[in-house]
Design a protein around this ligand. Structure first.
Ligand SMILES: [Zn+2]
Ligand SMILES: [Zn+2]
Length: 156
C-alpha cells in the first residue's frame, strides 16, 4: 500500500498526504510544492512527471534516458529545502535546496537554487541545462503570452 509509505520529500508525512496527489495530476500550488514533488518523482522513477513539469519549451530537449538512469542508479536519501522566494509578479519563484543520495561513488549531495515559472495556471521547473532565450520584444519562451522583456528576461 504505497499510500501508507512515508513521503520521500518529508518522512513525517505519508506519500498520500504529501506528493502522491501531484503525481496523480493535481497541480502544485507553489514552487516549493513542485520542487518536493519532483524530488519524490526521482525517488519513484516517475520520469514522465519530471518531463511534464519542466517548462514546455524545454521538454523535447531533455535527455530522458540519462534522467531515468540517474533516477534508478541512485539511492535517494533526503531533500532539504533551505529557502523559497516569490517574485512580485507571483509568476517567478526560486527554491534553494540540498538533495542527498548515494551512488557507486558513495554519498553525494547537491545544493542548487532552482528557478520556477508559472506562465498561466501551472508552475514549471526551468532546466538550466536547456537554456532558453528570445529577442526582448518577442513572445516569451515560457508561453505566458507576454513579451520576453516583460516576463522572463531578468531570469534567463
Ligand atoms: Zn512529498
Ligand atoms: Zn516568461
Amino acid at each position: 500500500m504505497s499510500a501508507l509509505l512515508p513521503c520521500p520529500c518529508n518522512p513525517s508525512l505519508s506519500y498520500a498526504q504529501c506528493c502522491e496527489p501531484y503525481h496523480l495530476g493535481q497541480l502544485p500550488g507553489s514552487a516549493q510544492t513542485l520542487m518536493r514533488a519532483r524530488y519524490s518523482a526521482y525517488v519513484k522513477h516517475n520520469i514522465a512527471f519530471i518531463q511534464a513539469t519542466t517548462l514546455t519549451a524545454q521538454q523535447e530537449q531533455l535527455d530522458i534516458e540519462s534522467i531515468r538512469q540517474w533516477s534508478t542508479d541512485s539511492k535517494w536519501l533526503s531533500l532539504e529545502v533551505l529557502d523559497e522566494t516569490l517574485a512580485h509578479d507571483q509568476r517567478h519563484a526560486t527554491v534553494e535546496f540540498i538533495a542527498h543520495w548515494q551512488d557507486v561513488q558513495g554519498l553525494q549531495q547537491h545544493q542548487e537554487v532552482s528557478l520556477f515559472i508559472k506562465p498561466a495556471e501551472q508552475w514549471f521547473f526551468y532546466d538550466p541545462n536547456v537554456p532558453l532565450r528570445a529577442e526582448r520584444n518577442a513572445p516569451c519562451p515560457c508561453a505566458s503570452g507576454l513579451k520576453y522583456k516583460k516576463c522572463c528576461a531578468p531570469y534567463f
